[in-house]
Design a protein. Structure first.
Length: 366
């Protein structure tokens, strides 16, 4: 079993979302491949930390993880199975024809494959769907299936592909009886899903420029239709992960760049990282203050969807100056800085003289 996600991030189980995010940012910086070139241990750690954050930063997946641990991805299926079991004989027995029964539509939507398992209405003769809608209705379009996926900011920049696994129907695994477990072990026959329905693999292309919440429609890849009806659509909903260095603001990116105080004072050149993978040279004019932002046009995110029609196909990159001192300071540098301070004290304008304890009256001027 892999390390517990909470342990990986070094947070308590009741940590707030903010704590989780902070712990992630700290660890992601520490283990980021940029900071640890050619270090497979750090890379593995970086992946684990990312994975832990993916799960714990989302309220829904975190709740499932708290409840089901490593099996959290199958939570929807497990819960659907449990509902069926507690419903007595299960939905298959609900006969057509006037039999009165109460049914909660919240449950229905769970069964219809809002879950990643894609419990489609087709392929299950005598199912509750037949009871509800009647076979006489004949041709029926399959349900749309929604699936969430997480991408890194780099993937959002370049585009990516994901293979989505959907289960057709809701056939219960005969080995474990649908629980996904045999004793305390995971059922190998169904890999813990509790379902024996065949897996469908669908490759989805994620275009460059997606944002959190972007929905990618894959036509006719949802649940199969009934009675010759059209299949539903598959929707892939994207979550873009935060990046340890770049901050995203729409199609723009922000990044902090370290500038030696000497370069800021006298002028110089620094490298600015970009998501394209190579860094750019940026000229720092003499007298640059900390916090100054330089705009690198067209070095932001690619635009997606309606925004792509704009003339600029990429957003901008805003590089914010962070002044850094030599660390550690040599004795010579320390003495030069002391000289600088002395000249500042000597040449300072009069108003910086030491303050009196009594606040000076500003009088009635202005
Ligand atoms: Zn099984």
């Amino acid at each position: 079993m892999a390390d517990d996600y909470y342990t990986l991030l070094g947070v308590k189980r009741d940590a707030s979302e903010k704590d989780v995010r902070q712990a992630f940012r700290r660890l992601a910086r520490r283990y980021h491949p940029d900071v640890n070139p050619n270090n497979p241990d750090a890379e593995a750690r970086f992946k684990q930390v990312n994975e832990a954050f993916e799960v714990l930063s989302n309220a829904d997946s975190r709740r499932k993880y708290d409840r089901y641990g490593d099996q959290w991805q199958h939570a929807d299926q497990i819960e659907a199975m449990r509902r069926q079991q507690t419903a007595g004989a299960g939905p298959g027995s609900a006969g057509p024809g006037g039999q009165s029964f109460s049914f909660d539509f919240g449950d229905l939507s769970d069964l219809v494959g809002r879950n990643g398992g894609g419990a489609g209405p087709g392929g299950r003769p005598g199912s509750i769907f037949d009871s509800l809608f009647g076979r006489a209705a004949g041709r029926r379009r399959g349900q749309d299936v929604e699936h969430r996926t997480r991408v890194t900011l780099e993937e959002a920049y370049r585009g990516a592909t994901r293979t989505i696994e959907l289960r057709e129907g809701e056939e219960t695994c005969s080995i474990c009886g649908g629980s996904g477990q045999i004793g305390t072990a995971t059922c190998h026959a169904c890999r813990g899903t509790g379902s024996a329905a065949p897996l469908r693999r669908i490759e989805v292309t994620i275009p460059p420029g997606v944002q959190t919440g972007t929905r990618i429609r894959v036509a006719a890849k949802g649940a199969p239709g009934q009675g010759g009806g059209q299949p539903g659509d598959l929707y892939l909903v994207v979550d873009v992960l935060p990046h340890p260095r770049f901050e995203r603001d729409g199609d723009d990116l922000r990044v902090d760049i370290d500038v030696p105080v000497t370069d800021a004072a006298l002028g110089g050149e620094v490298r600015v990282p970009t998501l394209k993978g190579r860094s750019l040279a940026l000229t720092i004019p003499a007298g640059t203050q900390g916090g100054k932002v330089f705009r690198l046009a067209g070095q932001g995110m690619p635009r997606h969807g309606a925004a792509a029609a704009q003339a600029a196909r990429f957003g901008d990159l805003h590089a914010r100056v962070r002044l850094v001192l030599p660390d550690p300071l040599t004795e010579e540098q320390r003495s030069l800085l002391a000289q600088l301070r002395d000249t500042q004290l000597r040449d300072a304008p009069r108003e910086t003289e030491p303050r009196t304890t009594e606040p000076r009256s500003t009088g009635g001027a202005r």
